[in-house]
Ligand binder design. Structure first.
Ligand SMILES: [Mg+2]
Length: 322
């Protein structure tokens, strides 16, 4: 820890984030203790964010907090889980002053309050390397109802929530690209995990994941896990008004850019055509747009088509971690 004592930081900034949850034990014990209702299962997800890999050095503490919690919550959404709490390991470089740390923890408090989860434990250290935030999210799901990537069957529809491509353009805007819409920046700086939708899709979606690496790359993960192929109509991609305007007059490379840029944190899922009405009803209940963008076929991998049905060469299919 730089600038002040580790224990002072834990007592004044992290303990309040536990919201006095008994299992956190005031962050005074060696570990947290958590019960689970007998008809539920725990869902655990761990994600690490590294400066200059997952966020920019110039990003505000509010952006870093929102992206850390939002991207992790999105993994719980993808399992159909309801969030309970999280463990957090923070590695602080010298540049993160006490004021930066305070703004970060205050923003975390705001974000966790919106989603009803609390800090249960973790670790803090200083580092000579980049700012690194690792979170382990803990959620609950009714026993046997957790969603999976592996149940897609040929003949089913492929759906996606919200709009695609905003966050990728938002990141470009944050990096100084004035040719993309400023309106997209918020989707990068403050991702919104589709938790209610994920819970609503339990028992409806046959395969589901969150779109974090890029739509095409993540569709590929469903195809591989399910042992099927996915055909996507890129002309059917749901776009925000700002992205729609940006796309006007652009060539199809712009469309594939949207389909391969990361950080959307939307849900991509498959479902039998016979339950389309129930899915559209869920869309109304959750207030989240749901769009059919393709179908599951025999075979493997992802095929993208344009509005004329021609196969598009998509090239790099998204963000890879290594
Ligand atoms: Mg994920």
């Amino acid at each position: 820890m730089s600038g002040r004592g580790e224990f002072d930081f834990i007592r004044t900034r992290l303990v309040p984030l536990t919201r006095q949850h008994a299992g956190a034990r005031g962050l005074a014990d060696d570990a947290a203790v958590l019960g689970c209702p007998p008809d539920q299962e725990l869902v655990l997800a761990c994600d690490t964010l590294v400066e200059q890999v997952h966020f920019l050095t110039d990003d505000t503490p509010q952006t870093v907090a929102a992206r850390a919690l939002g991207s992790n919550l999105s993994d719980l959404a993808a399992m159909g889980a309801e969030p309970v709490g999280y463990l957090m390991a923070l590695s602080w470089p010298e540049r993160c002053t006490p004021a930066w740390q305070d703004a970060f923890t205050a923003a975390l408090g705001d974000e966790q309050s919106r989603h009803g989860l609390v800090l249960l434990g973790g670790d803090t250290t200083r580092t000579p390397g980049p700012l690194t935030i690792s979170m382990t999210l803990i959620g609950c799901v009714p026993r046997g109802q957790a969603l999976s990537r592996s149940g897609a069957q040929p003949g089913e529809d492929v759906w996606v929530s919200g709009t695609i491509g905003d966050a990728g353009l938002g990141l470009a805007w944050e990096q100084g690209d004035a040719s993309v819409p400023a309106a997209c920046a918020a989707r990068y700086t403050r991702p919104e995990a589709r938790l209610g939708l994920g819970q609503g899709l339990r028992g409806l979606a046959t395969a589901l994941l969150d779109v974090s690496d890029g739509l095409v790359a993540d569709a590929g993960h469903v195809a591989q896990a399910s042992g099927v192929g996915l055909e996507l109509d890129l002309a059917a991609l749901p776009l925000s008004p700002a992205v729609e305007t940006w796309l006007g007059g652009e060539d199809e490379r712009a469309l594939t850019r949207l389909a391969t840029s990361g950080d959307d944190y939307e849900l991509l899922f498959t479902a039998p055509p016979g339950i389309s009405d129930r899915i559209l009803a869920l869309s109304n209940v959750c207030g989240v747009r749901l769009t059919r963008i393709g179908r599951v076929v025999d075979g493997q991998g992802v095929i993208c088509r344009d509005g004329d049905g021609q196969v598009l060469s998509v090239g790099t299919a998204g963000f890879t971690h290594f």
